[in-house]
Design a protein around this ligand. Structure first.
Ligand code: TYD
Ligand code: MG
Length: 443
């Protein structure tokens, strides 16, 4: 009989401990510790083999330049490593791609597989949630028959990781895709696939195979509706790159971000659009998020900096007289708290009565803006809607402070240049307006 012991794992952050805690000392969440029985013999067996543990002098360690493999999907290459680090896949790296169910993870993985297979790479697609038939069906949607017949993709539909990794040792494989980490498990550890010990085991096994064979591995991880990333969160400590695919189901825009990247810059994003042929790249992304080309009431444009790229984004606002005691404030694409704050500043320092209006703000194209550089554009669009005055091809870039002052933002020159490139002439920023009152008076 194998010796077994207990381990407690926090379902929020993956923190592991020999004893139980009511509150996780790592992430501070309450009641998240779960007990798992661990087979002690398995634990030692699954450790990564270390050949020798002799320290080396830093200067004596020989390094080779990383030979990256292009995925032939420009936007994906970009998030895997930006222009400064070289883009594409690093051999031997383990990449976790997470996101809501139905967002397009499997589609992107299949497109990647089909692309690399054109370069005669052998790809192993391990699916724990879909049958071979379902995958083939999807493939027919995104590629033509000729590409499919010439492809070198092998599909295994299985839920047993030990079984599928056995296949890797027999055949020459250049890339592994595991879809998804929550549906594949092992008999070697307790629990159902998707439970923390199972996920940890799968993650460890996969990393071993990646490092040993020097091949990249993609692991797909689902995030639940409530945003619980228990499993993937635990995995993020074990993998080299964590990618997140997000988007608005309605608009079809999909954005891929990286939260961790041992081989590149995490500020780069990849932008796609989901259509009937899977995820396509957007050709002119700089101007993709502008809808109205003419002047319009309640519309202005800002320039957000996504990684090394400035992107023009239209911000639309609608203000209508409200008879509610608490007028409605609805924000899509910017934080609702930020909108509240901007409205208060507009009321006090912009001298516009915002409390009589229901106010809706929308970022065109489903982009979520996290930076404050869009504040001034939000203010401009709302002021334009309240005053019912159109803005003529107006760009506004700047953070707005509680005193109504307009602050400069990082890379302002680059952003202004980009706006000019697309023919915008009315450009407001800390260069020409110091307070929002000046801007409001101009509208
Ligand atoms: P999928 O890749 O299965 O999502 P995930 O693996 O993240 O759960 O994508 C599912 C959605 O994408 C589904 O609603 C159909 C849509 N889709 C398209 O719009 N176009 C396509 O070419 C494909 C393959 C899927
Ligand atoms: Mg899927």
């Amino acid at each position: 009989m194998a010796k077994s012991s207990s381990v407690f794992v926090c379902s929020n952050c993956g923190n592991e401990s020999a004893k139980w805690y009511g509150k996780c000392p790592e992430c501070g969440e309450w009641n998240t510790f779960q007990e798992f029985k661990v087979d002690a013999s398995v634990k030692t067996k699954s450790r990564i083999d270390i050949e020798e543990a002799k320290p080396k002098k830093l200067g004596e360690i020989s390094t080779h330049p990383i030979q990256r493999i292009s995925t032939n999907i420009k936007e994906l290459d970009r998030v895997l490593g930006g222009p400064s680090t070289g883009s594409g896949l690093v051999p031997g790296s383990v990449i976790l791609i997470s996101g809501d169910p139905g967002i397009g993870k499997s589609t992107l993985m299949l497109q990647l597989a089909l692309n690399l297979s054109k370069n005669k790479k052998n790809i192993l697609y391990i699916s724990g949630e879909e049958s071979e038939g379902q995958i083939s069906h999807r493939a027919q949607r995104i590629a033509n028959q000729k590409t499919l017949s010439n492809s070198s993709i092998s599909i295994i539909s299985s839920t047993d990781i030990d079984q599928v990794l056995h296949a890797v040792s027999r055949e020459k494989v250049d890339l592994i895709i595991l879809d998804s980490v929550q549906t594949i498990g092992s008999n070697e550890v307790t629990g159902f696939p998707g439970s923390l010990p199972q996920i940890r085991y799968v993650g460890m096994k996969v990393s071993q195979v990646a490092k040993k064979n020097n091949i990249p591995v993609f692991m797909v991880g689902h995030v639940t509706k409530e945003g619980v990333v228990a499993g993937p969160q635990l995995l993020s400590h074990m993998v080299d790159v964590v990618l997140y695919l997000e988007g608005e189901p309605l608009t079809g825009t999909r954005i891929i971000r990286s939260f961790k990247n041992r081989y590149g810059d995490t500020s780069e994003v990849g932008i796609f659009i989901m259509d009937e042929k899977g995820l396509s790249e957007i050709t002119e992304v700089e101007s993709f998020f502008i809808d109205t080309k003419k002047s319009a009431i309640g519309s202005s444009v800002t320039v957000v900096q996504e990684g090394s790229r400035p992107i023009l984004v239209e911000i639309q606002a609608l203000a209508i007289k409200s008879n509610l005691s608490f007028p409605r404030r609805v924000a899509t694409g910017i934080s609702e708290k930020r909108l509240e704050m901007l409205l208060a500043v507009l009321q006090k320092h912009g001298r516009l009565n915002t409390y009589d209006y229901d106010i809706f703000v929308n970022v065109v194209g489903g982009l979520k803006i996290a930076e404050t550089a869009s504040d001034l554009s939000v203010i401009a669009s709302i002021a334009s809607s309240i005053k019912s005055k159109p803005l003529t091809k107006t760009v506004a870039i700047g953070e707005v402070g509680l005193l109504g002052e307009v602050k400069s933002v990082l890379q302002l020159d680059k952003r202004i240049l980009e706006a000019k490139k697309f023919g915008f002439k009315n450009i407001y920023s800390a260069r020409n307006v110091s307070s929002i009152l000046e801007l409001v008076k101009n509208i």
